[in-house]
Ligand binder design. Structure first.
Ligand SMILES: [Zn+2]
Length: 679
């Protein structure tokens, strides 16, 4: 059988869109094996050249990336949105095959030599997009140890291996410690304050464990309602103590894991010539120095502190007056806060749902971006993976098609939870000169319509949709022609959330909401009183939340940079110091949250946790330009598009931001949007 002729995944390579109506699990491995073998052969030929150049080395590499993503992209998409036993099996096998291939590529020394040859012989002839891709590729090789030789290279590989083992055991300890604790309740009085949903879930959990009564665990959906609603202070305390002492003792203790991780990260940074791991992290980020990051975090902290103090005072007096809690403890904070929130704003997500019927929200969001960017969005025909999914084409003001996207909004069985944007096709000028247009996947998990009632979404869900569409616009409105730096490709991690968080701001704008937020039965706009309450509730305890995020960010960054633990300073010392500096509600000494801080010890956020706040500051400041010049102002939007959305990874994002805003970003807009005043 000729694999190529029949296989819909291989046929998808040259088709405008994946052939979702034809792809089956049986097609996956034959297509993947075929393409990987072909890529290995091509790589050999490419790296055997003595005098490679852009056209003979990098262009073919881009074409290889494209082919593989056309085959593997639809498979990983289907695995997320239409999971089945057959597909999962071949998907997992495929993940191993593709990651083995990516490792081979990243360690191919002949390839690295080829890239450097092009850089030193042809650099002057390349345009800025080509240069950017070449620079990034060489940088990534260097960060993977390509310049190292002899013992250093050997040690580098050993450390990388050990680091991945350590991250795995860190996460495993957290999981095991989380599982090791349960709270069993047999007396219904002990459920006082808990909402029905939490009681039902706890009864169900007990039943599954063959127990009587109600069972609570340290998993967030069980832990959080207990902390927020239980009127039994001693039960909250028990849960709290268990939660923040996870992975602190015996064979699940993460303290030695953390020490070894930090020491090895420091060693790897030093091998590559960096002063510390913080600088290693910055090498791939938008932020330009470790001082820039710590200064930024400290400024935000200083400006939020007095507000946070006022919030704590308010919480203390509320707890005393209304809840009879004279001495507010850490395990009382979520409980008292929830009571105060309800007391002050009395707002629930349910109350807003009737104003957000699906059709209004989707067409309202389209109308907003059509007006801003002078584009048109129209539904069109294309093969899809499920009847829920729709396909749309985007055209410019001259009616020329520039991009397309799929929208798959509803939750269903066999679909991964959460919401995301992913690229389906990347904008790219092919070697033959043809321009390939970008296509995005937008996936959410919202309620579907029931019978003849339209799907009604919460305000949080509306924000999620806008957020993902922001990522989508970043991918679709790119004007870059070099594949590796087009759309979201090559965009630094701390800048990726700029276009997405930017879009969320519109969901708090009366002028924008009035365009589409209409009651599904009466067509009425959101009443003033409700709008005021929802805006006020948004900023509830904003100062305290800001400081909490800064505590995590500053701890993470200092730990990996100027405050490396050593024989005199422990991890706990660094945390205590950070808390002394920024925290308004210092947790009890038994709290060892660092032992379960998976983001930085098991995930990819080491010396990068600050990215959350960084992107928030950028997006708030970018949005402030629209507040100053007019919401949906086409001239402002055009500047935003040209300087930020269009450039992908081809230019420095800070330069783009300055070109858009006329200055560097500052924290004022975020503080203002969060209602944080220092007075
Ligand atoms: Zn996002």
């Amino acid at each position: 059988m000729n694999v190529k002729k029949d296989n819909p995944l291989l046929l998808s390579i040259d088709a405008p869109l994946p052939l979702f109506d034809k792809i089956t699990a049986n097609d996956v491995l034959p297509a993947l094996d075929h393409i990987l073998q072909k890529q290995r052969e091509s790589l050999q030929t490419l790296t055997a050249q003595e005098k490679p150049n852009w056209q003979t080395l990098i262009e073919p590499l881009e074409a290889m990336d494209e082919e593989l993503s056309r085959v593997w992209g639809p498979v990983s998409h289907l695995n997320a949105v239409c999971d089945s036993d057959d597909l999962r099996k071949v998907y997992q096998e495929g993940v191993q095959k593709t990651s083995a291939w990516f490792t081979e590529l990243a360690q191919n020394e002949a390839l690295y030599a080829g890239l450097k040859y092009v850089e030193s012989h042809q650099s002057d002839l390349l345009n800025h997009e080509q240069k950017a891709l070449l620079k990034q590729s060489i940088r990534d090789f260097k960060l993977s140890g390509a310049e190292l030789t002899g013992d250093a290279k050997k040690r580098f590989k050993e450390i990388r291996l050990r680091l991945s083992e350590l991250s795995t055991s860190f996460e495993q300890h957290v999981l095991d410690a989380t599982r090791a604790f349960t709270l069993s309740i047999h007396n219904e009085d002990d459920l006082a304050g808990l909402p029905d949903s939490a009681r039902e879930a706890a009864a169900q959990r007990a039943k599954e464990a063959n127990q009587e009564g109600w069972l609570f665990t340290l998993d967030i959906p069980s832990y959080l309602p207990m902390m927020q609603y239980s009127e039994k202070s001693e039960l909250r305390e028990k849960m709290y103590r268990a939660y923040c002492t996870r992975a602190t003792s015996e064979d699940l203790d993460n303290s030695p894991v953390i020490d070894e991780l930090l020491a090895l990260r420091q060693e790897i940074a030093a091998l590559l010539g960096f002063e510390h791991y913080g600088d290693y992290s910055i090498a791939t980020k938008m932020a330009s120095s470790s001082t820039e990051i710590t200064t930024f975090l400290r400024e935000l902290a200083a400006k939020s502190r007095s507000m946070a103090k006022r919030e704590v005072d308010e919480l203390r007096s509320f707890a005393k007056e209304h809840l009879g809690i004279d001495d507010l403890q850490a395990w009382d904070v979520p409980f008292a806060s929830e009571k105060l929130r309800m007391h002050t704003y009395a707002i629930s997500q349910e109350e807003l749902k009737p104003y957000f019927p699906e059709a209004n929200v989707v067409s309202g969001m389209f109308a907003l971006v059509e007006k801003m960017y002078g584009i048109n969005i129209r539904q069109a025909d294309a093969p899809v993976w499920h009847e829920h999914a729709k396909y749309f084409e985007v055209s410019d003001s001259a009616n020329k098609k520039i991009a397309a996207f799929y929208l798959d909004p509803y939750a269903r069985a066999h679909k991964r939870g959460g919401a995301w944007m992913d690229d389906c096709v990347v904008r790219w000028q092919k070697p033959n000169g043809d321009l390939q247009l970008p296509v995005a996947y937008l996936v959410c998990n919202f309620d579907a319509p029931i019978a003849d009632k339209p799907a009604l979404w919460t305000h949080n869900e509306v924000m999620t949709l806008f957020h993902e569409f922001g990522h989508g616009l970043h991918h679709m409105l790119t004007e870059v022609n070099v594949r590796g730096v087009s759309g979201i490709n090559g965009v630094p991690w701390d800048a990726v959330e700029l276009p997405s968080q930017f879009m969320e701001n519109f969901c708090w704008e009366r002028e924008v909401l009035d365009l589409f937020a209409k009651h599904y039965e009466t067509d009425a706009a959101i009443p003033d009183d409700l709008f005021k309450r929802m805006t006020a509730a948004k900023n509830f305890q904003a100062g305290m939340q800001m400081l909490r995020q800064i505590e995590f960010s500053l701890f993470d960054f200092l730990l990996h940079s100027e405050c490396q633990p050593n024989s005199n300073t422990s991890v706990q010392d660094v945390l205590d110091m950070v808390r002394e500096e920024v925290t308004v509600l210092i947790p009890p000494t038994f709290n060892k949250f660092q032992n379960s801080f998976s983001h930085i010890f098991a995930g990819g956020y080491a010396a990068g946790y600050y990215s959350y706040k960084w992107a928030e500051v950028l997006s708030a400041d970018a949005y402030a330009a629209f507040e100053e010049e007019g919401i949906a102002n086409a001239a402002t939007a055009s500047r935003f598009r040209q300087n930020i959305l269009a450039i992908g990874g081809s230019k420095d994002i800070m330069d783009g931001f300055v070109a858009f805003r006329g200055r560097k970003p500052n924290v004022d807009a975020l503080l203002k949007h969060s209602g944080i005043t220092s007075a």
